[in-house]
Design a protein around this ligand. Sequence first.
Ligand code: TRP
Length: 350
Amino acid sequence: MSSDCDAHTWYNEYMNEKKTILTGDRPTGKLHLGHFVGSIQNRLKLQSENDQCFYMIADVQALTDNASDPQKVHDNVLELALDNLACGIDPKKTTMFIQSQVPEIAELTIFFMNLVTLARLKRNPTVKSEMKQKGYGDDVPTGFLTYPISQAADILVVKANTVPVGEDQLPVLEQVNEIVDSFNRIYGTTFEKVIGILPEKNRCRLIGIDGNSKMSKSLGNTINLSDDEKTVTAQVRKMYTDPSHVHKEDAGKVEGNVVFTYLDIFDTNTEEITELKKQYRKGGVGDMELKNRLSARLNEILEPIRVRRTELAKNPEAVMKILEEGTKKMRKEAAKVLIEVKEKMKIQYF
Ligand code: TRP
């Protein structure tokens, strides 16, 4: 496993040809450009290449650290569905479902809990850093500490083996694979190990518009997929460039310059960008010129997404219907796996 994202996939010796993809998001806010390059683009690619794809709205997981804010989680279920559909997730190819409506996941979580120690949960780097960020000490909700176990159930309840995720989720997948090993060892071979599909190298952690850290809602440094043209332009205007590049004629720095970082990712005309960088370094290119180019490019990418989102948002019932149908389909698959699991665990009595 690579922590600096130089491998796209996590090698898995047990991997067979047929891929079952499962991924999800917590419904706690709207999706932003970081999600777009970090996971949605991979989802779209995998959806076009594989016939078993699942997308989960992880409302139960969202509640593990939002127990007192159910309305927020509830409202964001629809927002998340809209964001994904607008980006091109196709419900005919990807089964979209709501986690809380699949009780088989909760059941499997309980069984998996016997296979994981408290010490192991406390050691998980993802959980550790999230706990620190949220200021939990020993007062961490048990549900939050144990979310990697329920995430194992999310994935294994349909025997998914391929999970497109952000880099920060790799320690969770490592824990999932330990559960796979323990389960198979104790109860007989049932699950395959899962592999994480990571974004391409420079897309791992899209930097926020402030240039300080990764794009994140809590840091207020995002460009949301649903932002209108004006907002996108305003956010690009605020982007961190080179503070010593005051006048157009000044020589400027390209490294650490957020506008260039974004142009490298979002502007496909690499020749022109290389030329622009050269000129910027020498002096003679204004920040405004760069920012206008980036705003135009981002708006070009986001416009079709916005149009589709607005259209879909006119009919929320239809979107909920998609989730309802997807959930039904998901439960059918999950029920089969649960019977097998219970047989293996010797708790299938009737
Ligand atoms: N933990 C993931 C996140 O915070 C969301 C998630 C829940 C997930 N269950 C999953 C991702 C199963 C992949 C597979 O982004």
